[in-house]
Design a protein around this ligand. Sequence first.
Ligand code: NAD
Length: 476
Amino acid sequence: MRVAMIGSGYVGLVSGSCFADFGHHVSCVDNDASKIEKLHRGIIPIFEPGLDELIDVNVAAGRLVFTTDLAEAVRNAEVVFIAVGTPSRRGDGHADLAYVYAAVRELAASLSDFTVVVTKSTVPVGTGDEIEHIIREVNPAADFAVMSNPEFLKEGAAIADFQEPDRIVIGGSDERGFAQMKRVYEPICRRGYPLLTMDRRGAELTKYAANALLATKITFINEIADLCEKVGTNVEHISRGIGLDTRIGARFLNAGPGYGGSCFPKDTLALMKTAHDFGAPQRIVESVVMVNENRKRAMGRRIVEAMETSRGKTAAVLGLTFKANTDDMRDSPSLAVIRALQDAGVKVQASDPQGMKHAGDMIEDVAFSEDPYDAVMDADVVVIATEWEEFRRLDLSKIKALMRGTLFVDLRNVFSPSELESAGFQHLGVGRPAQMRIAGQEEAPGGEGAHGSAGESASVKAVAELHVSYQGATNE
Ligand code: NAD
């Protein structure tokens, strides 16, 4: 089939390349000429594991091309996907549909034979109706169907998610539209992956409901983590204890600094706004948004409190991206943490395997180092802000030797308490007993609150064992 993908970002590039890999002829369009020029030179503008090989193979096979010429790509396509950004609108938090509607106005004029126009971007309920309206206005003679096909891939594992999806959701009302969409996804459906059809509004809302529920799960365990710290137990026990219940499931139960990224923050906010417009407020989602927003900065304040005096001190932040295996910095919790540290007069040094090129445009006065060992040099505190696999392999004794201080704040619980203690650190994780006294915080009953405790208690050992066994469960 002939497919046009409008927008060649995280979703457009991955979806376009995967469709090409299924055997379709795909034109990936972007109005950012520098992006397209890079793609022509074989440079992939985003970091996504496996994407470069997938693109190379399909470009070489003549099934995948990149262009800024939207009109031509649309004229030749049977199915046109819209995969442009839908960020939060400045000021009110609604999804900003300016990019979607601009793309629709442009593509409408080029529709010729029957064409299916599909929103792959995450768009609020009713956007499909407006798209239909715009196309009729611009091109009254056009023969088209507007369908919704929200994308559920996650950065860092996007290709596998696309090729082996939990489900494909397609919303619409036009039988010809459904038939074309089934042809597009036929290679995946043949392998047994479920394709759900529903009305267009249902598909639009399914995406928001999924993201809001996942954000709720993370926020829930984060609040339980706060309680664990107060009562002196470990959230990893609770995550495992509830996650093994098949009704609950183990994923998205890793406590941390709060969710971030390009989707959850903007999508929860947009759902909240849509719900208000339709007179069905989503109180749970409202709480999730508020709790998460407060949490990100609170994590920074927590580090400052643990430092006791902050002005003139140095923090080494390891990890900048909102999660591992992506270069995406959008709404990353590390940004709020770093700003809180800087506001308290702390100098920040940082390292991230992929995030530094974008981080440089988003935060000021941070000294970046490619090598995490350079970043920790003379630091008073080390903060793990992203759970990169590279960080799990760091030599803690070497870090300790390079630092000036002894404080280790692990916002992702990457290291077990016993590992950190063995290396001689005072440490603070999330939702587990700290091996230090935090200013203003009572020692938890039964907690491991001793200063610089050398010995390893039974409960810390148990936590360490659990930590190792629980590494498989992620917020991915
Ligand atoms: P992105 O910012 O990485 O990519 C969007 C691309 O669209 C950019 O390259 C931009 O230059 C291009 N663009 C904008 N207007 C255009 C136009 N008129 N013509 C051609 N190109 C245009 O965004 P993304 O992360 O790929 O997200 C796209 C959509 O998919 C959003 O709605 C997002 O919520 C949704 N989504 C994202 C993810 C994710 O993990 N990133 C997952 C599922 C769904």
